[in-house]
Write a protein that binds this ligand. Structure first.
Ligand code: UTP
Length: 312
């Protein structure tokens, strides 16, 4: 049994306990095959959305929601992902000595967000397996974890906070859903839900169907990459067998929690969601972010307008 690290005492104020779990887990040990050849040497989590890696945006979201520790699941050879959150004193000194204050602030952002730790997943045996790797890194009193997939951008923030509030009310685990038009639903994991008349944005999950035919989809609610998982998920992860693609699927562990009678709810995200895990979704995210920036937005908008006019 690995020693369970003690959570530093006094990190959290006793009076105002933030509702989100202390540890935000970011699984980043996948192969990123949909992004080859770039991901042969560059982890997809470090691909920039304009100029900031997706994983830094996700770490900012976790911090804003009240998490205090970022636990990155990484793989041998993807050291750059964790290195992004480590101070680079030589670079910082160079920028400071040249008076590049704005760049210095950008470089200092990632290391200053949260306490960062990492755990290695030796082989990409699936998202469920990656989440299972963090159990030994949690303190005994951590009864839940937040999991944020770094290739999902869920904007604006606030949904994790609402998920934590749902856990406080209903207990168990809480997942995040986005509403998807009927003809696109077969690209997603889809929730089978039960309405709560008192709370239209939170629903109890009866089950999940992976990539259903539109006519068989139990709802228009698709899974997005945010989870608040009760610690019992580790028991479920130990109990499941490899599923689709020979991988240990987090979805299968959640299905088992439901079978055991554990409460599982979804909170419906209101806003945008970008999938950075494939080039098409990544491009949309980059354009969306760039259009909102003062430095790149106006020129990009003008160029896009001209470029689109050529297609007519
Ligand atoms: P994905 O299936 O989207 O990522 O997993 P992938 O496997 O890297 O991508 P493709 O399908 O080959 O293109 C969702 C998240 O889970 C992590 C990934 O890094 C990604 O952030 N993951 C996946 C792991 O950490 N370990 C795994 O074994 C699988």
């Amino acid at each position: 049994m690995p020693d369970t690290p003690a959570r530093p005492a006094g990190r959290r104020s006793a009076e105002v306990a933030p509702p989100i779990p202390y540890t935000a887990v970011v699984p980043a040990a996948g192969l990123g095959t949909r992004f080859l050849p770039a991901t042969k040497t560059v982890p997809k989590e470090l691909l920039p959305v304009v100029d900031t890696p997706g994983i830094e945006l996700v770490a900012e979201e976790a911090k804003s929601a009240g998490a205090e520790r970022l636990l990155i699941v990484t793989s041998p050879g993807k050291d750059g992902v964790v290195a992004h959150f480590v101070e680079d004193l030589v670079l910082e000194h160079t920028l400071a000595s040249r008076g590049k204050e704005a760049m210095l602030a950008k470089v200092r952002n990632a290391p200053s967000l949260l306490e960062v730790a990492s755990v290695i997943q030796d082989k990409p045996l699936g998202l469920g397996h990656a989440v299972g790797c963090v159990e030994g890194e949690l303190a005994d009193d951590e009864d839940a974890i937040a999991v944020l997939l770094p290739d999902d951008l869920v904007l604006p923030g606030g949904t994790l906070g609402r998920m934590a509030a749902a856990r406080a009310r209903y207990g168990g685990s809480v997942l995040c859903a986005i509403e998807v038009p009927g003809d696109e639903i077969s690209a997603y994991g889809v929730f089978d839900v039960e309405d709560d008349p008192e709370n239209p944005n939170v629903k109890r999950v009866r089950g999940m169907v992976e990539k259903p035919h539109p006519s068989l989809a139990p709802s228009n609610l698709a899974a997005a990459g945010r989870y608040i998982l009760d610690r019992k998920v580790f028991d479920a992860l130990r109990a499941i067998k490899p599923g689709a693609g020979g991988e240990l699927q987090l979805t299968d562990a959640i299905a088992l929690l439901i079978e055991w009678g554990e409460p599982v709810h979804v909170v419906i995200h209101e806003g945008t969601r970008h999938d950075l895990g494939n080039p098409g979704g990544y491009l949309k995210a980059a354009v969306d972010f760039a259009l909102d920036r003062d430095d790149y937005g106006p020129e990009l908008r003008a160029w896009l307008t001209r470029r689109l006019a050529q297609d007519h």
